[in-house]
Write a protein that binds this ligand. Sequence first.
Ligand SMILES: [Zn+2]
Length: 338
Amino acid sequence: METFSAGRKELAELHFHLGQSVDPHILWSIAHEQGIKLPSKDYWEFYEMVTLTKPGEITWADYHELFKWTELIQSSPVAMERAVYEVINGAYRANNITLLEPSFNPIFRNRSGERDLDHIILAALRGMERALIEFPMIRAGLIFLLDRRSPFSLNEIILKKAIKYRTRGVVGIDIAGPNADGFKYDDYADLYARARAAGLKTTVHTGEDGDAAEMAHVVSVLPLDRLNHGFRAYTDKALMETVQKKNLTMCLCPTSNMRVGFIKDSQHLGEVLRALYDNGVKFCINTDNPAMLRTNLSKEIELVRQTGALTEAEIDQTVRWAFDASFVPTEAGRNLYL
Ligand SMILES: [Zn+2]
């Protein structure tokens, strides 16, 4: 039988943050459902507040400030269930994404300890399971984000929760957030080793705001399965060789890097992609913050296509690399974690 999805390529998305992935009208609805007092009663003012549409519109320092409203709105079990459910089923319907790994920081959603973390996490898992029951062709798993601004003790709590819910659908950990005083990757080598020993997969944000030297250090100290961003390696042959030898797939996010000016334009993006491909580095295309950046995975792949740097067969290869690098178990019957 001919179906709507026939002929559409299945896509996988491994790097996007729940906070900036829920469409503004759904966030607006969730905020009102919970009686959250927003700074504006005008939907379009709210829309402007939670989205970024123009290149160079924001500095790197202000970028993370934008996340605070979306994190506050998502800071309850009811909100988390709906947010995860809407993101997973929306990505499937709009872009035929059949493999998704949304990430979030549970501690940024418990209103500084007012909410119980287990309730927040279980609600997120419930939202994921609802989407997987309704759309059985989707596979998904949650990634917990640690943050460079948080003390080690809080990040360690997130690791413990990830391990606790590993068999329920939490598949890995990641470190994100702007650099902060006192944060050292070396302090996280043991924590990352504990994650892997417990059966979780690991990734980290690197080679984004930092340089290739920072990235080379991160890759040397943390036990890793993938990298988020990492595009800065394109200037460093030795680093690309290390990434290739360690078999780390980079989860690139073109618009995200261009909006804050790290990648200058389409030509620069093309240079990055070609250098990585020619040096044997596996990478895949992702959105990072699709609702905030008003993008989606199909648009990001189109952006890559428009650089002219990769052939159609090479673009297809990046999609296969995404499926290959997934943290979600593929064994029959494991999808629902039941
Ligand atoms: Zn990211």
